[in-house]
Design a protein around this ligand. Structure first.
Ligand code: HEC
Ligand code: HEC
Ligand code: HEC
Length: 145
């Protein structure tokens, strides 16, 4: 039932832009983020994070405006956890931040087919550096740009 409702409200979002369809959906408890607070007040994030992300995407892709505020890579800095070996767990893995709520609410999203699910870590022998142009982008380079 809840999954069906989430699918329906997603369909509404796609068709008509954001609607407050699921504002009163009960929420599960995802692992707490790092630091004192989120990039917006928690209740606002709970309700509107998808809107911030798609807005940021549209600003970046269509208008070329780049800010860090609602960038996906920023979310990963605070919302990923590490396993016992100290490796980052994908933020969309079972039990991890994005997935806990989305499983619960039956939300399906394709964002992580292209976007990274862990913060960027310098790999031994990797030429990537934070000075590289565009390296602030949470883009996994799974597709050729
Ligand atoms: C088919 C691959 C693909 C999918 C699926 C996809 N994106 Fe993106 N996204 C991109 C590319 C490519 C860019 C542009 C990267 C750049 O700035 O050069 C981008 C940029 C962004 C940005 C701005 C850059 C940043 O990290 O702040 C955001 C935010 C974003 N996408 C969010 C999303 C969200 C949310 C979803 C799921 C609803 C999603 N994307 C799905 C490929 C994808
Ligand atoms: C500086 C660290 C930081 C960044 C960056 C950050 N968050 Fe958060 N986020 C937090 C913390 C800490 C909390 C919990 C705050 C609280 O309990 O009041 C939180 C809470 C949330 C919640 C509500 C969780 C709940 O328990 O209901 C959502 C949703 C969320 N963040 C999504 C995001 C998204 C999406 C991004 C990227 C656009 C992001 N956050 C970036 C630290 C961060
Ligand atoms: C506190 C629970 C919660 C957390 C944590 C959470 N989400 Fe969500 N998210 C939801 C709910 C509920 C919906 C569906 C809203 C609706 O149907 O109205 C949703 C929908 C979305 C959508 C829109 C899906 C689409 O394709 O239209 C995106 C994008 C999204 N979330 C991204 C994220 C990302 C990225 C994270 C992790 C950084 C995250 N969410 C963490 C509860 C959460």
């Amino acid at each position: 039932m809840r999954a069906a409702a989430a699918v329906l409200s997603l369909a509404l979002i796609c068709a008509t832009g954001w609607t407050a369809a699921a504002a009163d959906t009960p929420m599960p408890k995802p692992p707490r983020g790092k630091g004192e607070q989120c990039v917006e007040p928690t209740d606002v994030m709970r309700r509107d994070h998808m809107r911030f992300l798609t807005h940021q995407r549209d600003e970046t892709m269509h208008r070329g405006i780049r800010t860090k505020k609602h960038s996906l890579i920023e979310c990963l800095e605070c919302h990923t956890r590490k396993d016992v070996q100290g490796r980052f767990l994908p933020v969309n893995a079972e039990g991890e931040f994005c997935q806990v709520c989305h499983d619960y609410s039956g939300v399906k999203m394709d964002c992580f087919e292209c976007h990274a699910t862990t913060p960027r870590q310098p790999k031994p022998g990797s030429a990537r550096s934070s000075a590289e142009p565009g390296s602030d982008i949470s883009f996994r380079l799974r597709i050729t740009p």
